[in-house]
Design a protein around this ligand. Structure first.
Ligand code: P70
Length: 464
């Protein structure tokens, strides 16, 4: 599905100037640590982790050019020149004239949703990310999933599994009526669906339907550049188009976006809202003052804004994107070769292990994928993360467990941080877990917070 790449294509288009040592620990040590933190890998301290695949968010390695940008941070409350650099980068790459910086992606979601969502509204989209859904629900709206059915079939090879199902979308529009739909949201790439891309054709069709009904279209653009890379690789007519042009076309179909710059802009902190409409900008800027800060800094230092502006250009480089996504595929193929069930096709930023299939003897109510993330840590000091039942949370109306069809452990690859030797460690560890998997016991809550419970919950073994 993805074209064959040469060693030259796969090779990192950079050399390493600074290194940070990481610690190898013993199994006994890890046994003690994971118990201490209530079997929640979010509570582990990074000193106790060898390879951290918890997230690709805010953990990338900045370039020398970005670090140089840090030194020219203009730390002023209002009118920092770095804000104007960011605004210009967003206009240049994405085509949106207005930018409201925020401290990170969820800050952007909060501000936009406070402006746009009223009680009872619905926001259809392709498997909204958890913070995105939580912000919609926080404003008493409903996030309605209209992703194509293939996203729920881990074996099905569909090149654009993040696509929206137009029939489902139209049904939602008819059910709620356009007055109750403040916007349609396309998440590029679709994180909760396995890091799967959305095709240009699908984006265009959603745009046309949105226009027909007079509903704005927004993107959750955290991994927009990786999505553009997949379009170039897999979609007819885009093979020879530069990534910049593909990004430009993608963006031309949207009214605006929220961005977690911690992903494809390769910075440690930051985000923004971008839009075409002046009135919407004014409302978001005013709302932003309340939650994020004055609209030329939005909860960030001038130096952070500069790093984002520079990172946006690096994030859309074809040579970088090719080597980055090849590394994800290197890990995914390594796991497939030893018979670990993963979500296919392999996504952009992460490999998703099908926890339900790997540990079929653990019921979903005992959190198989979360359990697997605990086992992976115990085996090797590698930290993965559950994207499954615990993350999904309970239904806010009924309080019942939602038991999502996909229950996965995500191995998320930070940008420009690890080598393929590190990926081999993960494969070896999974092979060892596979050999003893029937003896693995599930987990139950010891403490369960009411919202976004994965971050703060603690658990115990069901046989304890
Ligand atoms: C991740 C992180 C964040 C995110 C996202 C999309 C598509 C918005 C946001 C929010 C979150 C995470 C999950 C598990 C462990 C650690 C971190 N995704 N939209 O890794 O952005 O984090 O900047 O507020 O993926 O997928 P922000």
């Amino acid at each position: 599905m993805t074209k064959k790449l040469s060693a030259m294509d796969r090779a990192e288009p950079f050399k390493i100037k600074v290194v940070e040592f990481i610690k190898k620990t013993t199994r006994d040590y890890r046994e003690k640590k994971i118990k201490e933190v209530g079997y929640n890998v979010f509570f582990l301290t990074s000193d106790d982790i060898f390879i951290d695949l918890l997230t690709d968010s805010g953990v990338g390695a900045m370039s020398d050019n970005q670090w140089a940008g840090i030194m020219v941070g203009d730390e002023t409350y209002a009118g920092s020149r770095n804000f104007y650099h960011l605004k210009e980068a967003v206009r240049d790459i994405m085509g949106f004239p207005y930018t409201v910086p925020t401290h990170q992606g969820r800050g952007a979601e909060n501000v936009l949703d406070r402006v746009l969502i009223r009680e009872g509204d619905a926001v259809p989209g392709n498997k909204h990310f958890d913070t995105t859904k939580a912000h919609i629900e926080d404003k008493k709206g409903t996030a309605v999933d209209v992703t194509i059915d293939e996203v729920y079939e881990p074996e099905t090879l569909h090149p654009f599994k993040g696509n929206l199902d137009l029939k489902k979308l139209e049904k939602v529009i008819q059910k709620y009526g356009k007055e109750r739909i403040p916007y349609i949201l396309i998440t590029i790439t679709c994180n909760s669906g396995g890091g799967q891309p959305v095709s240009m054709e699908n984006i265009r069709q959603v745009h046309e339907m949105a226009r027909e009904y007079g509903i704005p279209l927004f993107y959750d653009a955290a991994r927009f550049a990786e999505n553009a890379w997949f379009i170039k690789q897999r979609e007819k007519g885009y093979e020879d188009r530069p990534i910049r042009e593909i990004v430009g076309e993608m963006m031309s179909y949207a009214d605006g976006l929220t961005m977690s710059a911690k992903k494809d802009a390769i910075v440690n902190i930051g985000g923004f809202i971008a839009m075409r409409d002046k009135e919407l900008y004014q409302k978001c800027a005013a709302m932003g003052v309340l939650f994020e800060g004055f609209p030329t800094y939005g909860g960030l230092a001038g130096r952070d804004l500069e790093a984002i502006a520079r990172g946006l250009y690096e994030g859309i480089r074809l040579d970088y994107l090719t080597s980055r996504i090849s590394q994800t595929h290197y890990l995914g193929n390594g796991l497939k070769d030893i018979g670990i069930p993963i979500i296919n096709p392999i996504g952009g930023h992460a490999v998703y292990v099908d926890g339900k299939k790997f540990l079929p003897h653990i019921p979903q109510t005992q959190f198989p994928s979360w359990t697997l993330s605990v086992e992976l840590y115990l085996e090797s000091g590698v930290r993965g993360v559950e994207i499954g039942t615990i993350l999904e949370g309970r239904d806010p109306k009924t309080g019942k467990e939602r038991l999502p069809r996909l229950d996965m452990m995500r191995l998320t690859i930070p940008r420009r941080v690890y080598t393929n030797n590190h990926m081999d460690v993960v494969v070896e560890a999974m092979e060892a877990i596979k050999a003893r998997k029937d003896d693995i016991v599930g987990l139950r809550f010891d403490y369960e917070p009411p919202v976004l419970r994965h971050f703060l919950c603690t658990l115990e073994r069901v046989n304890e």
